[in-house]
Design a protein around this ligand. Structure first.
Ligand SMILES: Cc1ncc(COP(=O)(O)O)c(C=O)c1O
Length: 424
């Protein structure tokens, strides 16, 4: 499976530009997540330029949940991105990275009123997941929207399909009409409308058809609730190739057709010229990083196991959805893959398998492995189960390496814990 530049393979060995990854690992040790800033920029530009070419009133709201590292948020801020934030914690992180509140859309679900109050105090636009959460409030930000469940959705796994009847997210059209009417009666003047129907789809036509359905929904709501929209947000979900035969999305085809349909529906329903927003997370950050780990043990009993320090605490998405990530030994690209192995971590769970029955070159202890596509939903979903320390993260940009997250230390594990006096 190909990695994007600046990652490259020379003489069977992995490099980033002209730097040997083996040398980087010697310097920083494992486990390590290594990001390329250029890949993030390229992914952002690819989405931005394609949509912007066809529709000027367009902006990207990067989904912070995909990767909330302050350096990555700052990089996206410099590119002009806004953000989709799902919690007070993500608001805090985005603000700490220099992102202004007016570039945030807050899309929480099932939260306490105090979290809303924090957003309202800072006049952050709120995207309500339900009408009940809206009715809890007396004060509002200038701009609000509701998350619509368009009745369909598509994600790589059922667990990340967030539209359709089985999804906990959003409201149906009839409820939305009541919700917008109610909001109007409370004096709110600026509205958006939002959907997010699934994550990691590689089906070009799906994005076009679900957006088209959503534009009709927006038109109907606008007519029935007698409101107009400042923004129409079609969410994220743009997938990336994780498997050998996965085909990348054709963003130009998607954007061209989404905008063609948008323009015609804006005209049909007299919707004016709202801002179009997308909320990509994975597409921007996913392929920007590899995770690097060391093989500490090799077992050849009933089955073959290569035991590493990359584990399910780092790759929660693997046990959670049975997600697939390509795995390579970084200095054995020229060696035949004839060893069938399970690549496992150091956690006391049998779900701690990064790769099940995959073919790799004959492994040796101290070999370094790279797990691809480690930029999205890896660090942000990481945890300390089994008392394992979250890994070091390094950003490579223009011939420089920057530590953007220190490795956890042992004290971090207990930082918020307290022993009551009577137990001392
Ligand atoms: C509201 C919202 N927007 C955007 C995203 C980003 O999705 P993706 O990373 O698939 O683009 C998510 C992810 O679940 C989401 O919940």
């Amino acid at each position: 499976m190909e990695l994007n530049k600046p990652f490259n393979i020379k003489n069977g060995e992995l490099f980033i530009d002209n730097y040997r990854i083996l040398d980087i690992v010697s310097k920083y040790n494992t486990p390590l997540i290594l990001y390329s800033a250029d890949i993030i920029r390229d992914n952002y530009d690819n989405l931005y330029k394609n949509f912007k070419e066809y529709y000027k009133n367009f902006s990207i709201k990067y989904a912070v949940k995909a990767n909330s590292n302050l350096a990555i948020l700052s990089l996206l801020n410099k590119l002009g991105s806004g953000v989709d934030v799902s919690s007070i914690g993500e608001i805090y992180l985005a603000k700490s990275a220099g992102i202004n509140y007016d570039k945030m859309l807050f899309s929480p679900n099932n939260i306490d009123i105090n979290e809303f109050k924090y957003a309202i105090k800072n006049n952050i636009a709120i995207n309500f997941d339900d009408i009940n959460q809206f009715t809890m409030l007396k004060k509002f930000p200038d701009k609000i929207s509701f998350r619509i469940n368009p009745g369909i959705g598509k994600g790589e796994f059922k667990e990340i399909t967030t539209g359709g009847r089985k999804s906990k997210f959003g409201i149906n059209v009839d409820t939305a009409i009541d919700a917008y009417k109610l909001a109007k009666s409370k004096g709110i003047k600026h509205f958006g409308i939002h959907m997010m129907a699934g994550s990691n789809s590689l089906n070009n036509e799906y994005f076009i058809s679900v957006a088209d359905k959503f534009f009709d929904i927006a038109g109907i709501i606008s007519k029935k609730a007698e409101i107009t929209f400042d923004f129409i947000d079609i969410g994220g979900g743009f997938g990336i190739p994780y498997r050998e035969n996965d085909k990348p999305l054709n963003i130009n085809h998607i954007s061209k057709n989404i905008i063609k349909n948008l323009k015609s529906k804006l005209n049909d329903y007299d919707l004016g010229n709202p801002e179009l927003n997308i909320e990509p997370g994975r597409y921007i950050a996913g392929n920007s990083a590899i995770a690097l780990g060391k093989i500490y043990n090799i077992k050849r009993y009933y089955d073959n196991f290569a035991g590493t320090d990359l584990n399910m605490d780092i790759f929660l998405r693997i046990p959670l959805y049975k997600a697939h990530h390509n795995i390579e030994i970084i200095n054995k690209f020229n060696i035949e893959k004839n060893f069938k192995a399970n690549i496992v971590g150091n956690i006391c769970e049998n779900t701690d398998k990064l790769g099940s029955n995959i073919y790799i070159p004959e492994p040796e202890i101290n070999d370094i492995i790279a797990v691809y596509n480690a930029g999205a939903y890896v660090s942000s979903m990481g945890n300390n189960y089994n008392g394992r320390l979250k890994p070091l993260e390094v950003l490579y940009d223009n011939n420089n390496f920057y530590v953007i997250r220190k490795r956890d230390n042992l004290k971090d594990l207990a930082i918020n814990m307290k022993i009551p006096d009577y137990l001392r």
